[in-house]
Design a protein around this ligand. Structure first.
Ligand SMILES: Cc1ncc(C[n+]2csc(CCOP(=O)(O)OP(=O)(O)O)c2C)c(N)n1
Ligand code: SF4
Length: 276
């Protein structure tokens, strides 16, 4: 890393609120190393979040930042990017913030293919409000609102976002922090909607209720259950059953929203001028 991490931090906002062993700090440092590797100027980066432990991240960052309302980060980010298309707009969000209350904004941002980079800090739970299940809680796992085990199936967020129209989707974990950072850098460089699901750990609520009280046990779980696409291709469906795939999962080129918006404004302005 060319610059020390503190260069990107509002150190006067420390200490942070995250519990000991929380994965969110690892994801955040992966984001900062990605920004640093791309050599982006701090003034050209804007970071937007909703509400939750993950969404507290921008408060510690020395960029232009917006801490908005629960689930609405992508709506605010869309407004910023439309008005300031040259900014690199990053959305840092939790799985509850993004996939539950914010789910509708997510699929439409992907459908529009607007050039935003969304990093979902997925800890499979609502951490900030004490461990209710989220759309990413695996079937059978415990949550305060699922005391006998969760009966729903979680989304495959990368599949959902790619199906909706995103240009780039990828998945990484806190255990694989360096590859995660590289995936985030790739996502930022994409001209279109890019999405990285970062598997994070919440030892305080998810871990405690699911026999993984210790953050190291949770990191080990990530290590044991993550497989690359190449490794997955050698496994049987049975062997793949409790695994998830990490790495770049989808990439395509599609027209980008703010470029289309710009050209329609130009055409409309010309028409108005021609009519004067
Ligand atoms: C409109 C609204 N509904 C509910 C809440 C309560 N609330 C705050 S944070 C949160 C969940 C956050 O979970 P997630 O996004 O997964 O982030 P984590 O805390 O796990 O990092 C909820 C339900 C709120 N603040 N506003
Ligand atoms: S409650 Fe969970 S998600 Fe929130 S800071 Fe603590 S460990 Fe992290």
């Amino acid at each position: 890393m060319a610059k020390p991490i503190t260069y990107y931090l509002r150190t006067d906002k420390m200490p942070h609120i995250w519990c000991e062993g929380c994965g969110h700090g690892i994801v955040l440092s992966a984001v900062l190393r990605a920004v640093d590797s791309l050599g982006l100027d701090k003034d050209d980066v804007c970071v937007v979040s909703g509400i939750g432990c993950a969404s507290r991240a921008p408060g510690y960052l020395d960029f232009d930042t917006l801490h908005t309302t629960h689930g609405r980060a992508l709506a605010f980010a869309t407004g910023i990017k439309t008005m300031k298309p040259n900014l690199n707009v990053l959305v840092l969000t939790g799985d509850g913030d993004l996939a539950a209350i914010g789910g509708n904004h997510l699929i439409h941002a992907a459908r529009r293919n607007i050039n935003l980079t969304t990093i979902c800090f997925n800890n499979s739970i609502y951490g900030m409000t004490s461990g209710q299940y989220s759309p990413m809680t695996p079937t059978g796992k415990m949550a305060t609102t699922a005391p006998y085990g969760h009966i729903e199936e979680p989304f495959d967020l990368c599949e959902l976002v790619f199906s909706a129209g995103a240009s780039f989707v990828a998945r990484g974990t806190c255990y694989h922090a360096n590859p995660l950072s590289k995936l985030i850098a790739k996502a930022i460089a994409v001209n279109g909607f890019s999405f990285v699901e970062a598997i994070s750990q919440c030892p305080t609520y998810y871990g405690r209720r699911n026999k993984m009280r210790d953050a190291l046990v949770m990191l080990d779980w990530q290590k044991e259950h993550a497989v690359t696409k190449r490794a997955a291709s050698r496994l049987s469906p049975e062997e793949l059953k409790d695994k998830f795939i990490i790495g770049e999962l989808g990439t395509r080129t599609r027209p980008e929203y703010t470029e289309r918006y710009e050209s329609i404004i130009k055409a409309a302005t010309k028409e108005t001028d021609d009519n004067v």
